[in-house]
Design a protein around this ligand. Structure first.
Ligand code: GLO
Ligand code: MG
Length: 344
């Protein structure tokens, strides 16, 4: 029995289209996904603002709240909580050059409108967290935007969100690149610095995604550990990634098993989840996956996480202490490899 609670976003189940080709599976409607997520054992759902209220631009602020309230009823039916709402600031015509740090003032205002609506939606859904994946916040052309100005824009936008609602927490999901070239907030270290520069650092933290850390050339478990040490790991997006290439969102643990084990271990050792935090997944099925296997990558990610949790439960801390005392890291490393391979 896992000690953790798990969350997932509806975009984790998608039809397989990529930049190079069309869909390979049928679209699955939102209600069917919710029912299946509940059946698979997820406790909470992650939302983009327009997952919660599709076609959001077409509605007034009041209408958006009403639609969010209706969604809350649907979630209750499945006994699912809402974990966070994330303004999707990368799809809209107003955000082609970014949101909070767009070079257009009108577009920056639009981005704030989406951020405020996300807060309204979150409140209706009974959650207090806004995730900012800063997809297009940075530059495609280095000279087009001052990184100093852009960083200050981000801090100002977060401050406005914190002022808009006294309870809301802002959780930045850092990523070093893609779809932009140079991002403004590429790692958990950047997130901590931005947090410290806001009007209420206690309400600004991070969402560490395994693949994003690997894209930055870093070890996800260490990034998680850094955020935990600062008391600012608000959620995680576990997945996997084969080296520094396009963002892959692979099933958790399938590329870097030892690194995955260490992510589970550091979460477990530090009481992650004790204050209601969820273990969030952000995984994609392969393009070749068939319709009937549309949820397999989620099932597999959950199973791998739980198997690794069992390995972490078994971890022999006495032996580890002995190895450390003798500085025998060869023995410790081999112990970990045998534990993972199931070799006695
Ligand atoms: C993409 C991100 C994306 C976000 C999601 C929530 O690289 O990982 O999936 O996590 O949009 O904001
Ligand atoms: Mg993510």
């Amino acid at each position: 029995m896992s000690k953790f609670k798990f969350s997932v976003g509806p975009w984790n189940v998608h039809a397989g289209a990529d930049s190079y080709g069309p869909a390979t599976r049928q679209e699955i409607d939102f209600d069917t996904k919710l029912a299946k997520f509940a059946e698979l054992g997820f406790s909470a759902i992650q939302f983009h603002d327009d997952d919660a209220v599709p076609n959001i631009n077409a509605y007034t602020e009041e209408e958006i709240k009403e639609k969010a309230a209706a969604l809350k009823k649907k979630l209750d039916k499945y006994n699912l909580a809402a974990e966070f709402v994330a303004p999707r600031l990368w799809m809209d015509d107003h955000t082609i050059d970014g949101g909070f740090m767009s070079t257009s003032e009108k577009d920056r205002e639009y981005a704030m409108w989406r951020a405020y609506r996300s807060i309204d939606i979150a409140k209706e859904l009974g959650c207090d967290m806004i995730v900012l994946w800063l997809a297009r916040e940075g530059t495609l052309c280095a000279e087009s935007k001052s990184p100093v100005w852009a960083t200050k824009q981000l801090i100002a936008a977060i401050n406005k969100m914190l002022e808009y609602d006294p309870k809301i927490r802002v959780c930045i999901e850092p990523k070093p690149n893609e779809p932009i070239d140079r991002s403004i907030c590429g790692t958990i270290g950047h997130v901590m610095a931005v947090s410290a520069a806001t009007i209420d650092p206690s309400r600004v933290g991070g969402n560490l995604e395994s693949a994003h850390a690997i894209l930055a050339g870093l070890d996800p478990a260490h990034e998680i550990g850094f955020a935990l040490a600062m008391g600012k790991l608000m959620t995680v997006h576990l997945n996997d990634q084969n080296g520094i290439r396009y963002d892959q969102d692979k099933t958790f643990g399938v590329e870097n098993l030892r690194a995955a084990f260490n992510q589970v271990k550091v979460l477990k050792e530090n009481g992650y989840g004790d204050h209601g935090e969820y273990v969030g997944l952000d995984v994609k099925a392969m393009r070749t996956t068939r319709d009937e296997d549309s949820y397999k990558h989620l099932e597999n990610s959950l199973s791998i996480f739980k198997y690794l949790e069992e390995k972490a439960d078994k971890f022999d801390y006495e032996f580890q202490k002995k190895c450390v005392a003798n500085r025998d890291f060869e023995a410790l490393e081999m112990y970990v490899m045998k534990l993972l391979m199931g070799v006695e």
